[in-house]
Design a protein around this ligand. Structure first.
Ligand code: ATP
Ligand code: MG
Length: 168
């Protein structure tokens, strides 16, 4: 049984980690799709696909999991998005997503879709983490240690703050 999770992981946080550890107990192998792969250097999507893959890969190293990380760019064509994924990914049987659009699209194509349990969603949220980065609040405790290191190495917080400035 192969499972699928899709996220933008901007950045990869402890909620994502918890959900991946939880799902991994229920499938033989997990495909982790890094979505919106072409997007980076924006307030909503500050990190490149490469940086996000590294965040996930470095964090998962210490766990004994069977997984693949695959970056996929957006096509902005919802009605054919599932076939697009099918053409790029190994065969999968079950999708784990809390996103209503993702759930509808897969269900309409006959897939089994499950809703993962949310972990501390008020804090473990990409949007909240990016907000804290911009406001010099504690974001480090919301992401795995490996992710803190990568964000610091690429000057991620400075990047985000620069992107938030007005043109002059
Ligand atoms: P953003 O605020 O940027 O949308 P996000 O935290 O929602 O970030 P995504 O990359 O959009 O992160 O998440 C992909 C998927 O990860 C979601 O659809 C959801 O199923 C799961 N997820 C996100 N946060 C949590 C959490 N705290 N607990 C469990 N699952 C989560
Ligand atoms: Mg989201």
């Amino acid at each position: 049984m192969r499972g699928l999770v899709v996220g933008r992981f901007q950045p990869f946080h402890k909620g994502h980690l918890n959900v991946i550890l939880d799902i991994s107990k229920r499938v033989d192998e997990l495909i982790i799709v890094v979505g919106s792969a072409e997007k980076s250097h924006t307030l909503e999507n500050p990190f490149t696909a490469g940086e996000r893959i590294e965040m996930i890969y470095e964090t998962l190293k210490k766990y004994d999991l069977n997984y693949l990380i695959i970056p996929i760019k957006d096509i902005e064509y919802n009605s054919i998005w599932v076939s697009y994924l099918e053409s790029l990914l190994p065969k999968f049987n079950i999708i784990y997503s809390g996103n209503p659009l993702v759930r509808v699209l897969f269900r309409e194509r006959g897939y089994k879709v499950e809703k993962p349990i949310m972990f501390n969603r008020n804090e473990y949220s990409g949007k909240e983490i990016r907000r804290r980065m911009l406001n010099d609040e504690d974001w480090e405790s919301l992401v795995p240690g490996e992710v803190v290191k990568i964000i610091k190495r690429v000057n991620g917080v400075e990047r985000l703050k620069e992107l938030a400035k007005d043109d002059y």
